[in-house]
Ligand binder design. Structure first.
Ligand SMILES: [Zn+2]
Length: 431
């Protein structure tokens, strides 16, 4: 419906009517999801509408032409809060929320934020096929997670069914499903002299086929017509000969090709974007120009998005890291978040290696973690700290987990003979 005006050749009409006939004979093949599956999914949606900021103004949408997929670049709790209540803007003001219709957690659980008949403020400065303000003519779906980390199979399953249902409601084909990074555009900046794509990287890791989606645009209509300048990386991802996906473990790491712009888009100089240099120093996006210089960010610098108010916590140079609202396991450990050498201490007292954790969204706040460790080794009369850790038993990197759930470093312990039974020792794993 978006390709515009040409008549449909008769042969295609024949094929289409054949297909419809075929589908009438085999209704279960008409879509990948059966009616029962769609119903079950619809009943499972968590109604979050009552949490919407009361100042959000509900306006009915006149037309629905697109479904726009996003990644939140935040953990679940912060995502739900931001899309419902609003976010802080650069000028210090806050938005009124209503930033999406749906949020899908990593475990596939779907939240309804705003009734789909209203306009959600989700796409910002955007354009597709010469039409602007895509929020006014689209549904927004937010996938919890990062554009540089994989979307989970359960999210693909959920978003696939949700899109299927919405396509039925609004009569949309697969070409109507786009990502935010495809439709957002930015004003001229230090990288572009004209209006351009690349303002957002949102959902650039969305693999359409995994959501059961078929054919799509093989070009960007606004770039082709000269309305916008292309962003090289995004064009390669969306319209390249072969779709390329940046390996997730490198995708938020600075290299010659992967610049601050390629990773963060318009948030490159935001106070909420944190640059973690290989030497351990941290800078926020707004500090780089003055303190470092955009062309002097060292390779292997890790870029963390959505870290508003978290810099001080990230700066704490301790072996024990804490998961709080905006700081996720990924913020601390990057690609090592789910390894068996990344060890989590849940508030309940449970100790779990990253390799055993299934539901990352349900990891409780105040969970502590250590990265690159072996253990637990239980202390006992015969199994002394020295036996376990050798001469490094007093080292700041050797971690002791006391029965009181306290985590202390070897250098903080005065009298090792008084460590209670039930203490566990963790020692750095050789890498
Ligand atoms: Zn987005």
């Amino acid at each position: 419906m978006n390709s515009g005006g040409k008549g449909i050749p008769p042969r295609i009409v024949t094929i289409v009517s054949f297909c419809i006939g075929f589908l009438l004979l085999f209704p279960s093949l008409s879509t990948a999801n059966t009616r029962a599956e769609r119903q079950r999914y619809q009943h499972s949606i968590v109604d979050y509408r009552s949490r919407l900021n009361p100042r959000f103004q509900k306006v009915k949408r006149q037309k629905t032409k697109y479904i726009i997929v996003h990644t939140t670049e935040l953990g679940l709790r912060t995502s739900l809060r931001v899309v419902s209540k609003g976010k802080r803007l650069r000028n210090g003001r806050r938005t009124n929320g209503g930033h999406t219709h749906y949020v899908i957690a990593r475990n596939g659980r779907t939240y309804r934020i705003l009734d789909k008949k209203y306009v959600a403020d989700h796409a910002g400065r955007s354009m597709w096929n010469a039409e602007r303000n895509i929020s006014n003519i689209s549904i927004g779906i937010e996938l919890v997670g990062y554009h540089y980390a994989p979307i989970t199979p359960k999210q693909y399953r959920a978003v696939g069914i949700l899109i299927d249902i919405l396509q039925g409601v609004y009569g949309l084909n697969d070409r109507a499903v786009l990502t935010h990074s495809q439709v957002a555009y930015g004003l001229p900046n230090r990288w572009f002299r004209k209006n351009h794509r690349g303002r957002k990287r949102c959902a650039k890791n969305f693999i359409r086929a995994n959501a059961g989606l078929g054919p799509t645009w093989h070009y960007d209509p606004d770039v082709r017509s000269g309305r916008l300048t292309a962003d090289a990386q995004l064009s390669a991802v969306f319209y390249g000969r072969r779709q390329i996906y940046t390996p997730p473990d490198e995708a938020n790491v600075i290299s010659k090709r992967n610049t601050a712009w390629a990773i963060a888009g318009e948030d490159y100089n935001s106070v909420a974007t944190v640059y973690k240099f290989p030497n351990g120093r941290l800078y926020t996006g707004d500090q780089i120009a003055e303190k470092v210089g955009w062309s002097r960010i060292p390779p292997k610098t890790v870029v963390l998005l959505g870290q508003e108010n978290n810099v001080e916590l990230l700066k704490v140079d301790s072996a024990v890291k804490i998961i709080t609202g905006g700081i996720t396991a990924w913020s601390h450990a990057g690609k090592a978040y789910n390894r068996k050498t990344t060890i989590y201490f849940l508030p309940s007292g449970r100790i779990m290696p990253g390799s055993k954790i299934r539901d990352w969204d349900d990891l409780p706040a105040k969970t502590r973690m250590i990265i690159g460790y072996k253990g637990p080794y239980g202390l006992s009369k015969d199994q002394t700290a020295f036996r376990i850790a050798g001469f490094r038993y007093k080292d700041p990197k050797t971690i002791y987990y006391l029965p009181s759930k306290k985590l202390v470093s070897g250098n903080q312990i005065k009298d090792f003979s008084r460590l209670p039974t039930g203490t566990f020792v963790f020692i750095p794993a050789k890498i």
